[in-house]
Each structure stands twice: as C-alpha cells, then as structure tokens.
Design a binder for this molecule. Structure first.
Ligand SMILES: NC(=O)c1ccc[n+]([C@@H]2O[C@H](COP(=O)([O-])OP(=O)(O)OC[C@H]3O[C@@H](n4cnc5c(N)ncnc54)[C@H](OP(=O)(O)O)[C@@H]3O)[C@@H](O)[C@H]2O)c1
Length: 350
C-alpha cells in the first residue's frame, strides 16, 4: 500500500516520502480501515520536525493522526465493525496518511451519514477536542464568555461553533482579515486581529473589566501567559496545544502566585480515548516524559460523539474544510500549514 513516511526530521516536504509498504495488521480490539481521506493536524508538522515528544516513534514511520474510510478487517473482539464507515485514528496517533490504517475501536466513530468523506474527515478531532475542552473540562455554561485563540484553525473553528451553540459569547483571536471574516460568520461576537490589537485589552473592555470565563488556547507560549491577564474570577484556561512553538509544552508557564491571586484554574485537555477496561493512567502512546497520562475512556468518546451528531443534525455545527489536496501533494500542504496561514481543516483525498 501507499504511505507517507517520515524518513528524516526536517521541514515536512524534506522529511516525508511517499513509499510502498506492507499494510498493518489489526490486533485484538483493532480495526483496519481502507481510507478515502485523511486530515492534516498541526502536531504532524512537529512530528516531521522531530520535536513532538508525545508521539516520537523510531524512523521511518507513517505519519497521520486521523482518517475516514470503510472497515475492511478487524482483530478479535472488533469483528462487528467490519463494513462500517468510520472516522478513526491510527494506532498510537500515527499511520493515517496511508491506504490502510489500523487502530483501536476506542478511537473510531461512526462517520456522520449526512457528510461526504471530505467533510466527515474534518469532523472528528476538531469537534471532539473542542467539546472535551469546552464542556467536559471547561464546564462552559450559557451566558459565559469564551476567548478562543487560533479561532479560524481546524480546532478553533470547531470551538467557536460549539461555544455559540452552548449560548456563550465568543471573543476570537485570529492572524489576519480573511480569518476574521470566517470566524465572524461562525458567530464570534468580537474578533481580534492580534497582530494589530491587544486581545487582553479587548477582552477586558468587552467584559466590563471582569475578564473571560473560559480561554480555549491551542497556541500556548506567550499567548498563554498573556491570557491570564484577562481571565475572570473562577475562570478556566484550557491548555489545548502549542501552535506557537511546541517547545513551550515543557516550560513551566504558571507560578503559584499567579494561580493563587488569579483565583482561576489552568486545565489540561487531551483527545485520546482508551478502552474502558484499561487502567486510568495507561497511555496509548510510547512512553512519554510526563508523570501521568490520563486520557478519557471510550464510553466518554461515544457520548461526546452522539451529542456532536445531534448538533450536526440540527445544523448548529459544520466542519470547516479550508482546502482539499490530492494525496500526492500532502507534504507541500503540510509545509503550508507550518506557516500558520491555513484556515479550517486541510483534507487529503485518495
Ligand atoms: N490536546 C490534544 O489532544 C490535541 C489534539 C489535536 C490537536 N491539538 C492542538 O490543537 C491546536 C490546533 O490544531 P490544528 O490542527 O487545528 O491547527 P490550526 O489551528 O489549523 O493551525 C494552527 C494555527 O495556530 C496559529 N498560530 C499561532 N502562532 C503560530 C505560529 N508561531 N506558527 C504557526 N501557527 C501559529 C495560526 O492561526 P492564526 O493565524 O489565527 O494565529 C495557525 O493557523 C494545535 O496546537 C494542536 O497541537 C491538541
């Protein structure tokens, strides 16, 4: 089968090669998906660069976190999935940019029937991650104010829609005017082009000085520490990602004093469901340098998915496909993602 493999570390177009490899075998509790589309994730840029500590397999390995397709084979215990159209993740968060992908049923979900393969591919990670952040971890309530960074991105555009659907006020930060147009259309009340304006001042102004209740932060670094300056009493800062530089994930960003006097929470969010039978701290990844990894279990994932299908069914949310690219152009498209200029999800067609 064809697979995009990381052969060496560097810029995506230098690191990746399209090669022929043997298909993976589904193990117990796993499915094998014949892919019709996969999606680019910002973390894959860091994977190519060799600076993503969480998923850092030995080279060469097949890149790709999520895909859409039909289940064509299954390991023991997963046979009932054969024939289903799913949106799924590759084993260990890799392997999805290939013709065949093996992964756990804990990270596989019914592809929404009303969406074609390209849109279905853009649905899973952004909406699950945004839902886990805003609702499961952030306890967002109607009438609260949410500050969403990288709001026009794949994950950010999903967070804007879910926050609006929950009856929250959205303040969105974006890198340029085209992104500002998109998030306004998605329902953001206040849109800040952060290169031209100070988002802290705008957020304080919009909330009468009280600050925002929730900050959805997929950017990290200085954006994280700056955001503490406009977080309300009892606020929740959601640590979702580090698009401004993955190195920041290992840098202590908050002192006890900031937390104590801020009287707010800093809340981690991970999207990676594991089988309910696994011990709570078991990680699906190779050993990672964190004291504990506590991913949610598969039944939480199925509950989140059912809620998302309901919201999709009544038109409250829709996946944002910024670009479709042919399989052969995947590496170049990942180069473009690294520049930070892309909007919505970039879907790779077969
Ligand atoms: N916690 C989890 O389990 C999990 C799972 C998947 C993804 N994530 C994280 O979620 C975040 C969003 O992922 P995504 O795939 O949807 O990416 P994305 O938001 O589509 O792309 C990243 C965006 O970040 C902004 N950005 C800010 N500073 C940047 C910089 N120095 N270089 C490049 N971009 C910069 C850019 O938007 P502006 O122009 O608007 O600034 C850019 O478009 C990422 O941090 C990712 O790692 C977390």
């Amino acid at each position: 089968m064809r697979a995009w493999q990381v052969m060496r570390h560097g810029r995506p177009s230098e690191a990746l090669e399209l090669v022929e490899v043997a298909p993976p075998e589904p193990g117990p509790g796993e499915i094998l998906v014949r892919t019709t589309a996969s999606v680019l994730n910002f973390n894959e840029v860091d994977g190519c660069r060799g600076r993503y500590l969480t998923i850092d397999p030995p080279l060469p390995y097949t890149l790709g976190m999520e895909c859409v397709g039909e289940v064509v084979a299954a390991g023991s215990g997963a046979e009932s999935w054969i024939g289903r159209r799913v949106t799924a993740s590759g084993r260990g968060g890799i392997g999805a940019h290939a013709d065949l992908v093996a992964g756990s049923t804990a990270m596989a979900f019914e592809a929404p029937a009303q969406l074609g393969d390209v849109e279905a591919a853009a649905f899973f990670y952004p909406f699950h991650l945004a839902y886990l952040g805003l609702h499961e971890r952030g306890r967002l309530a109607a009438g609260e104010t949410v500050l969403i960074h990288a709001a026009a991105g794949g994950v950010g555009s999903a967070a804007v829609q879910l926050a609006v659907a929950a009856g929250a006020r959205v303040i969105a930060t974006v890198g340029d005017a085209a992104k500002a147009d998109l998030v306004r259309k998605l329902g953001a009340e206040i849109v800040v082009e952060y290169r031209k304006e100070d988002f802290v001042a705008r957020a304080l102004e919009a909330t009468g000085g009280l600050g925002v209740d929730v900050c959805f932060d997929g950017v990290g670094g200085e954006t994280m520490t700056k955001s503490f300056g406009c977080l309300a009493r009892g606020g929740r800062h959601l640590v979702v990602g580090f698009a401004s530089g993955i190195e920041a994930e290992e840098v202590p960003m908050v002192s006890g004093r900031v937390l104590c006097f801020g009287n707010f929470d800093v809340v981690g969010v991970i999207l990676s469901y594991v089988d309910d039978a696994l011990a709570p701290h078991v990680t699906p990844f190779a050993p990672v340098p964190v004291p504990r990894c506590n991913p949610p279990v598969a039944t939480v994932g199925q509950r989140v998915h059912a809620r998302l299908l309901e919201l999709l069914g009544r038109g409250a949310i829709r996946p944002i496909v910024g670009q479709r690219v042919p399989f052969a152009d995947l590496a170049k498209a990942l180069d473009a993602m690294e520049t930070g200029k892309t909007m919505g999800r970039i879907v790779v067609e077969r």
